[in-house]
Design a protein around this ligand. Structure first.
Ligand code: SGN
Ligand code: CA
Length: 562
């Protein structure tokens, strides 16, 4: 009888233990993924990298909890191509999204699709800029194209097109938090893409920051006044703060003041300004005027006595005030999301990434914008936390790229990485397992030309010490940058006898990488041939006729002789 009892009891205990195990297996132990990306956020404007321009305590929290990357870069420094590389894990020449002009080819396989198939709940909020909707998302609310800063429209998966009153950075965050609170299925792991429009041009900050930021004065970079001597592609680029910025659209000089002072309009400057102002409601407009009218009044008095150099300096301050003002609200809002994750016990098992679709010039070389392989736009900020796996407060100077995100997230989620993806999982770097990480050079290729800002097509190989760059089509020449000796990147050492061996080695590396990634002259030509008819038809935004026409003529001529 006693034995029977014991037997019965042990069966009950075994069944109970098995039951518990089964329950445990159903728990969502796979990590969540929160991918935060802003648009055109320079690493110079994140205090974890450099606090001379702005303090970003909330973004910095991610690095404090995890890892700060000092050598993170993009494969092609422009918006939609960067996003395509992030989603597909492939270089632009493989995923086909080489520029901002043609829509993304949705037959590409993206990591969110694979995660969704593997049981992740997926959502995207904010800027995508693809010309079509994202695949692989249970929920999305995205800005059409570039989107608007004030009272923006959204394309949504479930409610069609909507317009929301307020400031875009706050709204995208509200949407993200609402989803976490109301739509997240607690039994599944999630992958959330939280994508800011800020700090993209034309740099309109939230009302609450206008007074403070329009009154700040910022330190100037060493190369604010740069003649680009010996750098032909840099010399013809149209991204000079004093010369290519719009007085109205960019520097917020009222069109009436422009007329009064006889300031030259560049492109559609006044219309761009009026379009933005037209979006304000009466309170937003009053707040804008309260901050900007005093600047106008002062400028009108000072302008007659200002030299070109004074103007360059004034415009740099105006640019920084507006650009950094937009970052103040990004930082506040990132803080709101981090607070939510912390308060809901979601921090430890979540990998949080903060990055930008590329870097940006904040006056270095005299510039704004991006596109070039020079550091400020080739590199991008990257801060990653994952308390369960990454040691807090660490720094990595490994050469990592936006190309690596797709495979990193698949690895984190334990999902098979497609063999044709071209990056590498960053998990070994993140976890300090550097025996399983090797990369001594990365590859870069920029395509969008002839286009706004007139940056020539170029491809490059980049090591920690050097860059070898080939500008082709229109301009045709090589540059060799010595990153250690010339960190401001103002000299071309190509064919300099002191660099013969280095140059040879870099050429070999470039050949290897181009072969490994499957890039070629034939593909470069194919993308030129696809682009030129669009440029000729006026489908490329912002390119001046005087730049466009000779290039079209030259291309048509080359096609005749082919
Ligand atoms: C707009 C901007 C450009 C910027 C591109 C691409 N001009 O066309 O300055 O380079 O976007 O930016 S604007 O006058 O319309 O503001 S990207 O981040 O989307 O690639
Ligand atoms: Ca961008």
């Amino acid at each position: 009888m006693k034995n029977n009892w014991l037997g019965f009891l042990s069966i009950i205990i075994i069944v109970f233990i098995l039951g518990c195990n089964e329950k445990q297996e159903q728990e969502p132990t796979r990590p969540n993924i929160v991918f935060i990306m802003s648009d055109d956020h320079a690493y110079q404007a994140i205090s974890a990298y450099d606090n001379s321009l702005i303090e970003t305590p909330n973004i910095d929290r991610i690095a404090k909890m995890g890892m700060l990357f000092t050598n993170a870069s993009v494969t092609n420094s422009i918006c939609a191509p960067s996003r395509a590389t992030i989603l597909t894990g492939k270089h632009s020449h493989k995923n086909g999204k080489v520029d901002n002009v043609s829509p993304f080819d949705t037959t590409n396989v993206t990591f969110p699709q694979l995660l969704q198939k593997a049981g992740y709940q997926t959502a995207m909020f904010g800027k995508l800029h693809f010309g079509n909707n994202p695949k692989g998302f249970d929920q999305f609310k995205i800005l059409p194209g570039q989107g608007s800063y004030y009272n923006p429209e959204f394309i949504t998966k479930k409610e069609g097109e909507i317009k929301v009153a307020g400031y875009v950075t706050d709204i995208v965050t509200d949407m993200t938090l609402d989803w976490l609170k109301e739509e997240r299925e607690k039994e599944k792991p999630f992958m959330l893409m939280y994508l800011h429009k800020a700090p993209h041009r034309a740099w309109l900050m939230a009302e609450r920051h206008m007074k403070e930021y329009t009154n700040k004065i910022f330190p100037e970079p060493a190369t604010l006044i740069d003649e680009h001597e010996g750098m032909p592609a840099a010399k013809v680029a149209q991204m000079n703060i004093n010369g290519n910025m719009g007085w109205a659209g960019d520097n917020k000089v009222y069109p009436a003041v422009m007329d009064e002072l006889g300031l030259e309009e560049i492109g559609l400057d006044k219309i761009r300004y009026e379009n933005q102002i037209a979006r304000f409601d009466s309170i937003q407009k009053a707040n804008f005027d309260a901050a900007y009218k005093p600047i106008m009044d002062e400028f009108k008095i000072r302008y007659p006595n200002m030299s070109e150099k004074d103007l360059a300096k004034w415009r740099y301050q105006r640019y920084m005030q507006d650009y950094l003002g937009t970052i103040a609200s990004v930082d506040e809002n990132v803080g709101r999301v981090l607070d939510y994750l912390e308060a809901n016990d979601l921090m430890d098992n979540t990998i949080i990434v903060y990055t930008s679709d590329q870097g940006f010039y904040l006056g270095e070389h005299g510039w704004f914008d991006k596109r070039f392989v020079y550091d400020q736009s080739f590199k991008t900020p990257l801060l990653v936390s994952w308390p369960n796996r990454i040691k807090a407060g660490t720094t990595s100077n490994e050469l990592v790229q936006n190309l690596d995100f797709a495979q990193t997230f698949l690895d984190v989620a334990d999902v098979k990485q497609p063999a044709d993806m071209q990056g590498k999982s960053l998990v070994p770097v993140l976890t300090g397992d550097l025996d399983n990480w090797e990369r001594d050079a990365v590859y870069y290729h920029y395509y969008e030309h002839p286009s706004e800002h007139n940056v020539n097509r170029h491809y490059a190989v980049i090591t920690k010490d050097y860059k070898l760059i080939h500008y082709y089509f229109d301009l045709d020449y090589w540059e060799l940058i010595d990153r250690k000796k010339d960190s401001l990147e103002q000299h071309n050492y190509y064919d300099d006898s002191a660099y013969t061996a280095i140059q040879k080695d870099l050429h070999l590396k470039m050949d290897d990488l181009r072969e490994q990634y499957g890039d070629s002259e034939a593909l470069s030509q194919q993308y030129i041939d696809e682009f030129m008819p669009l440029a000729k038809d006026g489908k490329v935004y912002g390119v001046e006729k005087t730049i466009l026409e000779p290039i079209v003529d030259k291309w048509e001529e080359s096609k005749k002789t082919d």
